[in-house]
Ligand binder design. Structure first.
Ligand code: 23J
Ligand code: MN
Length: 258
């Protein structure tokens, strides 16, 4: 049997599980809040056009609008100034080969529970690799914090001095990019950077270093607790928005049954 026949049969029989890593697009889902001097992200908005009524007797449909970075979403290299000249760096021009990739899931949920400002460093990734094997080139690194299980207030965790949520420092991102050549970095939190990442050096190290190197981001993921440390395959295909900096998307992972 060919590889793809085996794949198709395994999905149909359920021996390969499909895990949904996506939050529902909902006007109440929190969006990133930036300092007030900056432009702000619009939430998901929805407007009914007709619902089997005088506006359309046999059909139901709606208009929706949102920021490119609303809900579970993909960050393209052009999202950041460091990636503005990356070839094929917007969602409509990215090589679709990158949309299907293996994933390493780094579980730091205990650390994130103990410290909302937990900073993922190079040494943490190296320790994870000692236990679970090296991160293969071309794979996603997914940062499990269980942040997706929080309600909206605790999710943003806004204090007087801004948001408090876990994220990587420059050493972690440099290690992923330069030593491991990952395809990108995915998180459960609202940004690939920590809530306080604007105060890191460089500011927003995940956005700055990942996108400058042509790498991608995934934000607001969920169900990372259903994935093995290595062995899942992630399918993440952003909308083909012309010159798009990112897009909401459905992210799924293929996982082998026990
Ligand atoms: C714009 C400015 C800062 C950040 C972000 C967007 C995101 O997190 C995002 O959604 O890409 S930190
Ligand atoms: Mn984003």
């Amino acid at each position: 049997m060919s590889l793809l026949q085996q794949l198709g049969d395994a999905v149909i029989s359920g021996s390969l599980k499909v895990v949904d890593l996506t939050h529902t697009l909902d006007p109440d889902f929190p969006v990133l809040v930036l300092p007030p001097e900056f432009g702000q992200c619009q939430p998901f908005r929805i407007e009914e056009v007709s619902r089997y009524d005088e506006r359309g007797p046999a059909w139901y449909w709606r208009n929706f609008s949102c920021n490119e970075h609303t809900g579970t979403h993909f960050d393209a290299p052009v999202h950041w100034v460091t990636g503005k000249d990356v070839p094929n760096g917007s969602v409509d021009t990215i090589d679709p080969n990158g949309f299907v990739r293996p994933a390493c899931v780094l579980d730091f949920s205990k650390e994130a529970l103990a410290d909302a400002d937990f900073v993922l460093k190079e040494e943490h990734i190296k320790a994870w690799e000692k236990e679970h094997g090296d991160i293969p080139a071309g794979s996603w690194v997914l940062f499990r914090t269980d942040w997706s299980q929080r309600g909206p207030t605790e999710y943003l965790n806004l204090k007087e001095d801004g948001a408090h949520s876990p994220g990587p420092d420059a050493s972690a991102i440099r290690y992923m990019v330069e030593t491991r050549d990952v395809v990108g970095f995915g998180v459960e939190t609202i940004g690939t950077d920590a809530g306080q990442g604007g105060h890191f050096d460089p500011p927003y190290p995940a956005h700055s270093l990942l996108h400058g190197a042509g790498k991608y981001g995934l934000q607001c993921l969920r169900n990372l607790d259903q994935l093995p440390p290595q062995g899942a395959v992630v399918i993440a295909t952003p909308l083909k928005i012309k010159a798009g900096s990112g897009s909401p998307l459905r992210v799924v992972a293929l996982v082998e049954g026990k």
